[in-house]
Write a protein that binds this ligand. Structure first.
Ligand code: ADP
Length: 881
């Protein structure tokens, strides 16, 4: 046996007198519990094993050392004589979920080794591994963020295609899709990124690049988990379907094995995968807009870029159910591209915008549905509490109410959604009849079944009550019968109930009294009747709790049997909730319904950036129009730094995105020809982790856009070329614009912001390029930014003005102005066609230095060595500044 050499672990005191060496699990004696722990650990080597010992979950050995710092608890130890100390740590069972969540968040797998048998003093309790939790399979609400999915995603690559299967263990949805390319392809990347993955499953030996779902826990599975025929069987068994065709996933030769792997993995994690709960969906290719990570970040869709701002998701989220919040997030991340589908969403929102009272009552009804999806999941997994069942009962009552309210707003997607708000009548009735009004979170205390809810339980309770009242009346009755006024009825743990008679009355004790205990001045007795009642009193409570637990199982199963209907209703409620939320936002912030069509234009009146507008406060944001159409596809937007260029770019992109996600938009009017994709290149962010310079990142992103954009895309480029020298930057920016304009597969709607005012000259050369600038008001030395976008190009930049605004000292500003004047005199930039040494688009190259010109002309052969040396000295003299 090896002894691992290691220093003291965290939390361990160093070198105290009783500080024995740290030993491993294998070396730590052989108490029965440790023997069993070792066996469990051997079965689950990749998980931290939490053993339930009394009121605690304990970890031993290396698991304890690994977990203690994550849990933030002290690492203690248990001594094993001269062998040393076995590291240990523990958390209270009551608070376990919060601790387990920490382990999961840290990417660990956890095996819960629970007590399953009865606790009998002096005997080892039977224990079993009930659940194995991992970030992607811990589908329990206790471990999850309410507003986010935590999907378990498997990928499987073969023959140039990748199959992806993503399972939501909390709600049972299993998504299958396939994309072309290899595992290192961008398509797989984008697809996986959109799935809110919490864990990635890959076959051992499959070359999955580390960048694929970089921050997500990765689990290697044996290749056999991906076996196609076993995968098919698993899918059919989990869904109860007869064929893959009936599930709509036939032909997905890569995604089906991936799905098989996910299901096998979840089975191994002891999740219940039952038909009705597992709902297979095929993610349609091309039905939604692909948004890359930069665009999601730049537009602050789900996370703000910094400062005190909120994200778009937070701004538009007034949902009343966690399901709605999750769907809203998903819709923002996957806007639609089909005008008809978008229309159905807008109609729904429009109907609710009009009706504020209806929105209020709908909100109340929706709130009562709560997280029906995950509640059903808990029933299927056997973890639902009486309180959860109470919540399901409330949801069942609210569903018809939701449908009822919507009768007043039968519009768009609300029509179909309302029709799906069905609560299974028999289940609702049963929950109403059986549960008390306010069931508790814990089942073990009992008392949460309504009187009359279950005949067997009623009998037990009645018998218990009868026996208790019999015992309660016993003292009085026996005093009357025996005439012993000092007779007392009592109870102790050893003898149970007894009748106590002082010695002075011993003679009056009736014959049916059986002596049990002798005290100093009294005797204690029992009777056969009392014993019988005692058994009932003590036993009925236990039996009643057992019966209630049995009923809990039955009720969970009853919910599970209706899982398909309930989950469908939950999905419909999420849709209604999202539409209502968007209607509230539209009404509150005066957003309008956009017209979305296949026209290829973007035509916005008085558009606003919702987040900047909110940050600035009422009345301070300056709205701006935007027009991009067949005649003008590209707008070059010039203006000084800080004038509002990137705000404008983001706002246009956001309005398009919101419109296609189904929302109203912050503008006074908008017509959006659907975009197949939105590309944004905004701001310079160093990819320090990737070791790339700002400029390299900028160019890589620009290259990706130029390769992937199509005629139907919206491209938003901010300050491309900023990361390099002026001439480089202008040249690259110009070439990019030319390419977007000329390449036949592009000619896409483009907003190009730049502070190089020289680029405005392009509009004269390229027919579909127009100029716009951010207006500034000049007064004397200063400028005021009006944040108003007007037609035409800026003819100068205002860097020094911005420097002044930023508080750069006056002396420095004065010097900067002198230098600028000097530079402009020496090397004029701009002025189209000003001379033969300028590029065709007003971009000047510096005039040649006279020394260089003379050097070029020099006739070396006609010079003597001395004359050459003299010439050289003279040239050097003139070249020196
Ligand atoms: P640029 O990209 O031109 O450097 P930004 O778009 O970053 O400028 O805008 C700078 C600041 O100007 C923003 O943080 C915002 O406070 C303000 N701003 C931008 N656009 C507007 C607007 N339309 N109305 C009011 N303030 C605006």
């Amino acid at each position: 046996m090896s002894r691992r050499a290691r220093g003291p672990a965290p939390h361990e005191s160093r070198g105290g007198p009783d500080q024995a060496a740290v030993i491993e699990l294998d070396e730590a004696g052989s108490t029965p519990i440790l023997q069993q722990y070792r066996a469990v650990k051997a079965e689950h080597p990749d998980a931290l094993v939490l053993a339930r010992l009394g009121d605690f979950y304990e970890l031993f050995g290396a698991d304890a050392q690994e977990a203690a710092p994550i849990l933030g608890v002290a690492l203690t130890g248990r001594g094993f004589g001269t062998a040393g100390r076995l590291p240990m740590c523990g958390v209270p069972h009551q608070a376990a979920p919060a601790y387990i969540r920490r382990l999961l968040d840290a990417g660990r797998r956890v095996a819960l080794w629970d007590q399953v048998g009865e606790v009998v003093a002096g005997r080892l309790v039977r224990r079993e591994v009930g659940r194995i939790l991992s970030p992607g399979t811990a589908g329990d609400a206790e471990y999850l963020d309410e507003s986010r999915m935590a999907r378990c995603v498997a990928v499987h690559c073969a023959g140039g295609r990748v199959g992806i299967a993503a399972f939501d263990a909390a709600g049972g949805e299993l998504l299958l899709t396939e994309v072309a390319g290899g595992l290192d392809g961008r398509a797989v990347h984008d697809e996986c990124e959109r799935l809110d993955a919490a864990e990635l499953l890959v076959a051992d030996g499959e070359g999955v690049p580390p960048g694929l779902l970089g921050g997500v826990v990765r689990t290697l599975l044996p290749a056999a988990f991906f076996d196609p025929s076993r995968a098919r069987d698993r899918l059919l068994a989990a869904t109860g379907a007869a064929t893959l065709e009936s599930l709509g996933v036939d032909g997905l030769d890569r995604a089906v094995p991936a799905a098989g792997a996910v299901l096998a993995y979840c089975e191994r994690a002891r999740l219940t995968l039952s038909p009705g709960f597992v709902q297979v969906r095929r993610r349609g290719a091309g039905a939604t807009m692909r948004l890359d990570a930069q665009t999601r970040r730049n537009l602050e869709l789900v996370a703000p870029l910094g400062g005190t701002r909120t994200s778009v998701a937070t701004l538009v989220d007034t949902t009343r159910t966690p399901m709605g919040a999750r769907l809203l997030r998903a819709r923002l991340l996957e806007p639609l591209v089909e005008p008809a589908q978008i229309l159905a969403r807008h109609e729904a929102v429009a109907a609710l915008v009009e009706a504020s009272r209806l929105r209020d009552s709908l909100g109340e009804a929706l709130a009562a549905v709560h997280d029906l999806e995950r509640l059903v999941g808990r029933c299927v997994q056997g973890t639902a509490s009486p309180r959860d069942l109470g919540a399901i009962r409330r949801a069942c009552a609210a569903l018809p109410a939701v449908a009822d309210i919507l009768q007043a707003a039968p519009a768009g997607e609300l029509v179909a959604a309302a029709a799906r708000c069905l609560a299974p009548g028999d289940l609702s009735r049963r929950l109403r009849e059986v549960l008390v009004d306010d069931p508790p979170a814990g089942a073990r205390e009992g008392g949460w079944i309504r009187p009359g809810g279950d005949a067997a339980l009623d009998e037990l309770v009645a018998a218990g009550a009868e026996a208790r009242s019999w015992v309660g009346a016993l003292e009085e009755n026996e005093r009357a019968r025996t005439g012993i006024t000092s007779l007392r009825v009592g109870f102790n743990r050893v003898f149970g109930y007894y009748l106590e008679v002082p010695n002075s009355h011993r003679g009056a004790v009736p014959a049916d009294y059986v002596r049990k205990q002798t005290l100093v001045g009294a005797e204690r007795y029992i009777t056969a009747d009392l014993k019988e009642r005692e058994t009932t009193v003590l036993g009925s409570r236990e039996l009643a709790v057992a019966r209630e637990l049995e009923l809990l199982g039955e009720l969970r199963a009853a919910v599970g049997a209706h899982a398909a209907t309930l989950l469908d209703a939950a999905a419909a409620v999420a849709i209604i909730d999202v539409d209502r939320s968007l209607a509230c936002v539209a009404a509150e912030h005066r957003w309008v319904r956009p017209l979305v069509d296949a026209s290829g234009v973007i035509d916005i009146d008085e558009g606003r950036h919702p987040l900047v507008e909110q940050a600035l406060g009422p009345g301070r944001f300056v709205p701006n129009d935007c027009r991009l159409d067949a005649a003008e596809r590209i707008v070059v937007l010039t203006g000084p730094n800080m004038a509002g260029k990137s705000t404008y770019l983001r706002q246009v992109a956001l309005i398009v995105l919101l419109a296609q996600a189904g929302s109203f938009v912050p503008a006074s009017r908008a017509r959006i020809g659907v975009c197949d994709r939105i590309f944004t290149r905004i701001g310079a962010q160093d990819d320090l982790s990737g070791g790339l310079s700002t400029f390299m990142v900028e160019m890589a992103e620009t290259a990706a856009i130029l390769r992937q954009a199509t005629t139907r895309s919206l491209v938003v480029l901010d300050e491309v070329g900023r990361g390099t020298s002026t001439y480089d930057g202008i040249s690259i920016a110009q070439a990019v614009i030319e390419h977007l304009h000329e390449a036949p597969h592009l000619n896409c709607r483009t907003l190009f912001a730049t502070h190089y005012h020289e680029l405005t000259a392009l509009a004269a050369e390229l027919s579909r390029v127009g100029n716009a600038r951010v207006d500034v008001l000049e007064d004397g030395d200063g400028v005021t930014f009006l944040h108003r976008i007007v037609a035409g190009g800026a003819d100068r930049s205002y860097g020094i003005h911005v420097a002044r605004l930023a508080g750069v000292p006056a002396g420095v500003l004065l010097r900067a102005r002198q230098l600028l004047a000097e530079l402009e005199r020496q090397r004029p930039l701009g002025g189209l066609g000003a001379g033969p040494d300028q590029l065709s688009l007003g971009i000047a190259i510096p005039a040649q230095h006279p020394v260089v010109a003379e050097l070029a002309q020099l006739d070396i052969d006609g010079l003597t060595p001395v004359a050459a040396l003299n010439k050289l000295a003279e040239l050097r003299e003139r070249a020196a500044p």
